[in-house]
Design a protein. Structure first.
Length: 224
């Protein structure tokens, strides 16, 4: 046990927040949000940004703390989730790394088709464009790696919850100030940021995949 139990919460936060930030990619999401809500008033856009952030928090918290139990109900192992989730996340990062402009334009076009709906905050702006399958897979994998009840579970819960809350605030800030972000970065800056985020996303996917392969092959190699 560490001398300072709160260090476990800090470690959980430092594990969870970078992973969530890279997979959510709120910078690219802000440009999608800006394009989809361009015809709405500033007040409406602020309301939608807040709703998207709160919806995203519900998705992340649900995946973090209920995802592993859902997997157990369907008989899906954590190793299988990590392998499948790692492949999905890595492929998403790879496609975005190679063609970020087309990727984001496609997303924006799909979202714009639902613009006449009464409320676009949940679908498609929250799911699948902000917290989609990749985010859910990463969050489930993070939550499923929790320690046992008397080995720092409470601090782990605190750290991961803090990561989700901070990520929620980041989503709201980026979406709420999407216009200013576009002015600050410009076209070239947004492309550069998108490629960096895509590369980090690819690395996260590979790391999740490696962990899943280790979980599968470890017992086999140990039994030889």
């Amino acid at each position: 046990m560490p001398d300072w139990p709160i260090q476990e919460a800090v470690n959980a936060f430092l594990l969870g927040f970078p992973a969530l930030f890279s997979i959510v990619n709120p910078i690219s999401g802000a440009f999608i949000f800006r394009g989809v809500t361009a015809s709405r008033s500033a007040r409406e856009r602020g309301v939608i940004a807040r709703k998207v952030a709160m919806n995203s928090l519900v998705v992340m918290m649900g995946a973090l703390w209920a995802g592993s139990y859902i997997l157990a109900f369907f008989g899906i192992s954590l190793a299988a989730l990590r392998v499948a989730g790692g492949v999905v996340v890595a492929l998403s990062g790879w496609h975005l790394l190679n063609a970020p402009e087309q990727h984001e334009e496609r997303k924006q076009g799909e979202a714009a088709s639902a613009e006449g709906a009464e409320d676009i905050a949940l679908f498609p702006l929250t799911i699948p464009f902000t917290t989609g399958p990749g985010t859910i897979a990463v969050a489930v994998a993070l939550g499923a790696g929790h320690p046992k009840l008397f080995e720092g579970l409470g601090w782990f819960f605190l750290g991961m919850t803090a990561a989700a809350l901070v990520m929620t605030a980041v989503i709201w800030i980026f979406y709420h100030y999407a216009d200013r972000l576009a002015e600050m970065t410009g076209p070239s800056g947004s492309r550069t940021i998108s490629r960096i985020a895509a590369f980090l996303l690819l690395c996260i996917g590979v790391q999740i995949l490696i962990k899943g392969v280790q979980d599968v092959l470890g017992p086999m190699l140990a039994g030889r």
